[in-house]
Design a protein around this ligand. Structure first.
Ligand code: FUB
Length: 458
């Protein structure tokens, strides 16, 4: 109860002093609140698994996890919800921070949930696809100590041994078996020494900085434990070791406390030659300690493998390469948007919905090459439809074409509409700006430009 009241007080204070976020590329997702980032690199794509704070949440009201993917780190495809707490028949709520890992063609997602019998425990779900759906692999918890079993992080070492670490206030680990859904030996409680995890001042019952949210990985022979540190507000610190099971040595702060969420939660990956640091804050409008959003910063390790200080930005990261407009692009592949939502699409995947007059989607770094001649969009409307205006570089930038959408008789009754395009050459940010009358106009499943004069229709 004491921690809860501190949390409420800091939530209010942060909400009062923080500025409203301006338009930039952080947070990564704007259609809903995302938390507790867990990036995973697989087959040339970065998958981003997140928690999900419900709109208007004033506590950790979290029912499901979400999955996004990107090949360029700036345009993220919404893959929907791959897993929810009620997938676990033994759980009654609290879809908190998890992590997914591939092994032998399957994907294992470790998550904490509150059990129907009480107390949080670690469950494991499995899928044949990184975007799910995931099913409960066991029908019961994988790990339970009775004390703060949250925030699992998983890593497979070069010798094939997998480790699962987790916990708040304790840090535990087990050695997972090859099947990834059972473990050998006992649950080990890591000694939280001040040499290993720093000195927390003024809290004799919790003498080190380790708080929660561990992120465990290995790079250039060094094992890293990156975690939320220091109580409220949290910051991100790290420790390193020469062995996967310690002893750990405290290395300092990576990201000082800032922003308007009193929790933070790290995820670190290397992808296509760059290093990325994932975290969450309260930077979206309405954002707070219970309505959080995932952000990303690019960084370079110091020569000795230590971290530089990383601060939160609204600019985010630079894109890797450019987006090809001449293949079918999901409408829910978004760099930034204004006033749209996503939902499950009857044709598979997700679509963009809740489109209103002057809503828009930005897609960053689109390479039109020598020129686009036409545009196709897969659309549906239960009302009177509207227009997709295609603008370059800003919502009011050069208009290269307008695609009309009529009623199709239903929000999931899909047709492909087309229009001619002119003036799109080279690399631009593309804005799909939606115009029309009052209320919801239409949904979009996907879009595609054509580089020839032929307008294709289906
Ligand atoms: O999102 C719920 C909890 O908040 C996570 O499990 C913690 O790491 C903190 O971010």
């Amino acid at each position: 109860m004491k921690k809860a009241s501190y949390i409420m007080a800091f939530s209010l204070a942060f909400a009062l002093v923080s500025p409203v976020a301006c338009h930039a590329d952080n947070p990564v997702v704007q259609t809903l609140y995302t938390t507790d980032p867990a990036p995973m690199v697989y087959n040339g794509t970065c998958y981003l698994y997140t928690g999900h704070d419900e709109d208007g949440s004033t506590w950790y009201t979290m029912k499901d996890w979400r999955c996004y993917s990107s090949t360029d780190m700036v345009n993220w495809t919404d893959n929907g919800s791959p897993l929810a707490y009620n997938t676990f028949s033994w759980a009654k709520g609290d879809a908190w921070a998890g992590q997914c890992i591939p092994r032998n063609g399957k994907f294992y997602y470790y998550v904490p949930v509150t059990q129907k019998s009480g107390g949080m425990a670690i469950g494991v779900a499995v899928s044949n696809s990184p975007t799910g759906p995931f099913v409960d692999a066991l029908g019961h918890p994988l790990a339970y100590t009775g004390t703060g079993d949250i925030d699992p992080t998983v890593f497979i070492d070069n010798d094939g041994q997998a480790y699962l670490y987790w916990g708040n206030p304790n840090l535990y680990y087990v050695k997972l078996n090859q099947d990834m859904i059972s473990y050998s030996g006992k649950i080990v409680q890591v000694p939280l020494t001040t040499a290993g995890f720093g000195v927390r001042k003024g809290n004799s019952s919790r003498p080190t900085l380790y708080e929660e949210g561990p992120w465990f990985y290995k790079r250039n022979g060094m094992y890293y434990m990156v975690y939320a540190a220091g109580g409220i507000p949290e910051y991100i610190s790290y420790s390193t070791s020469k062995s996967p099971t310690g002893p750990w040595y405290y290395k300092g702060v990576i990201m000082p406390s800032q922003g308007r969420s009193f929790t933070n939660h790290p995820g670190v990956i290397d992808f296509k030659g760059n290093s990325y640091f994932f975290y969450h804050n309260g930077a979206l409008p309405g954002g707070s300690g219970f309505t959080r959003s995932v952000c990303i910063e690019q960084f370079k390790y110091n020569a000795d493998g230590t971290f530089p200080t990383i601060n939160m930005t609204t600019t985010g990261v630079s894109g890797i390469g450019n987006l090809n407009p001449y293949t079918q692009n999901e409408a829910e592949t978004i760099c930034w948007e204004s006033n749209v939502k996503t939902e499950k699409c009857s044709e598979g995947g997700m679509d963009v919905c809740n489109i209103q007059n002057n809503s828009w989607i930005k897609v960053k770094g689109v390479n039109f090459d020598s020129g686009a001649a036409s545009f196709n969009a897969r659309v549906a409307s239960a009302t009177n439809g509207g227009n997709i205006e295609l603008h370059l570089d800003s919502p009011s930038g050069t208009l290269i074409g307008t695609c009309h959408v009529n009623s199709t008789g239903g929000w999931q009754s899909w047709v492909t509409n087309s229009c001619n395009v002119s003036g799109a050459k080279g690399i631009h940010d593309l804005y799909l700006k939606f115009t029309g009358g009052n209320g919801y106009l239409f949904n979009v499943n996907w879009w595609k430009f054509n580089g020839t004069k032929t307008v294709s229709t289906r």
